[in-house]
Design a binder for this molecule. Structure first.
Ligand code: A2P
Length: 336
């Protein structure tokens, strides 16, 4: 290891996203002189493997960042709100996966394929966007750049991983209980998860009728595209899938657009792969997206409800833990 390379900390290393951040750092050969792993006191002393070495998880405290140059946070909003400013004060740059700072106008909100340049203005913290937002808008950017998207309607099919490792376990356990005909009391999510579908488990804003997840997708799209005028509506739904989100997307552009043009623009777009085999009826699915870096895009077709020819419907699937979270955070760190 090279001593001039940064000391990197992963905060929330034992969580669903934290584990994937450690994998991404290893797989992408991220240059670092030392990796430190932090979680709550519950996990202190646990071990994880990185590049063949066994590393011990430490309890996160105010002293944790004394020698850290780069900190990747994925331990929830309250941990970020408390500890990210401390890390910055100690001289570290923070890439934060929580929603704590995303809408702060002084904090860049970055998807490297879209707005890598925004990183330049950072003052210590760079925010990683909401997973449903990243997965929805990464494939829209190559279209938006050429023929601006004026209106966007999204319906998500979100997996358990977005609610953390405990929610993934709840999906496994409740499915086993359901199949065995045994009762199961949900502990993490508000509704039975096995063989069920429900509205996203975040609070509804009584003023708008939109839940927090939907509001994040709407606001973050405008910030990342740097386009306050784009009209966005979202319906966010939790489905019993372990780790990849799907989104049904309908968008209206400024000028007419054809499915062939969309396919053409997406065929070489970074971070995107076309899975659009009409003959075999083979389209993006969570089982194919899981473990893949790219967002899969298919069902690309004219929106028949818009006779002006400016609207397209499509369906995407992306690994929530990778491009939706850990991979995007590590890509931001690479840009730094
Ligand atoms: P721990 O495993 O010790 O609870 P997930 O999103 O999968 O639920 O993971 C959340 C991550 O954030 C875990 O690594 C968890 O650690 C960590 N975490 C939760 N609360 C705190 C806290 N107060 N201080 C540090 N890490 C925390």
């Amino acid at each position: 290891m090279n001593a001039r390379e940064p000391v990197v900390a992963v905060v929330g290393a034992t969580g669903a996203v934290g584990v994937e951040i450690v994998h991404c750092l290893e797989q992408r050969k991220f240059p670092l002189s030392k990796l430190r792993l932090f979680a709550s006191a519950r996990s202190a002393g646990k071990t994880m493997t990185f590049r063949g070495e066994t590393l011990t998880v430490e309890e996160l405290t105010e002293r944790s960042f004394d020698d850290v140059n780069l900190a990747l946070f994925s331990a929830g909003g309250s941990t970020s709100r408390k500890f990210a400013p401390i890390a910055v004060e100690r001289g570290a740059v923070v890439v934060d996966n929580s929603s704590a700072f995303r809408m702060d106008p002084t904090v860049p909100l970055v998807v490297p394929e879209i707005n890598a340049d925004a990183i330049r203005s950072h003052r210590g913290i760079i925010a990683n966007p909401n997973c449903a937002a990243i997965i929805s808008i990464t494939p829209l950017w190559p279209i938006h750049r050429e023929n601006p998207v004026r209106r966007l309607i999204l319906s998500t099919y979100q997996s358990a991983s977005g609610a953390g490792a405990a929610a993934m376990e709840e999906l496994r356990e409740s499915t086993r209980a359901y199949l065995a005909g045994q009762p199961y009391e949900p502990k993490v999510l508000p509704h039975p998860y096995a063989f069920n579908v429900f509205s996203h488990n975040t609070k509804i804003d009584p003023a708008t009728g939109y839940n927090e997840e939907e509001t994040k997708v709407i606001q973050e799209t405008k910030k990342i595209f740097n386009d306050p005028n784009i009209r966005v509506s979202a319906t966010c739904i939790r489905v019993p899938v372990l780790r990849a989100h799907c989104v049904s997307i309908t968008f209206e552009c400024e000028r007419p657009i054809t499915p062939e043009e969309v396919r053409e623009r997406l065929s070489n777009a970074p971070g995107v792969a076309l899975v659009d085999d009409v003959e075999r009826n083979y389209f993006p699915m969570p089982v194919d997206a899981s473990g893949r870096d790219e967002i899969l895009v298919g069902r690309i077709r004219k929106d028949l409800s818009d006779p002006s020819g400016r609207s397209i419907s499509m369906f995407v699937a992306g690994d929530q833990l990778l491009k939706g979270a850990a991979l995007n955070a590590v890509q931001i760190a690479e840009l730094l």
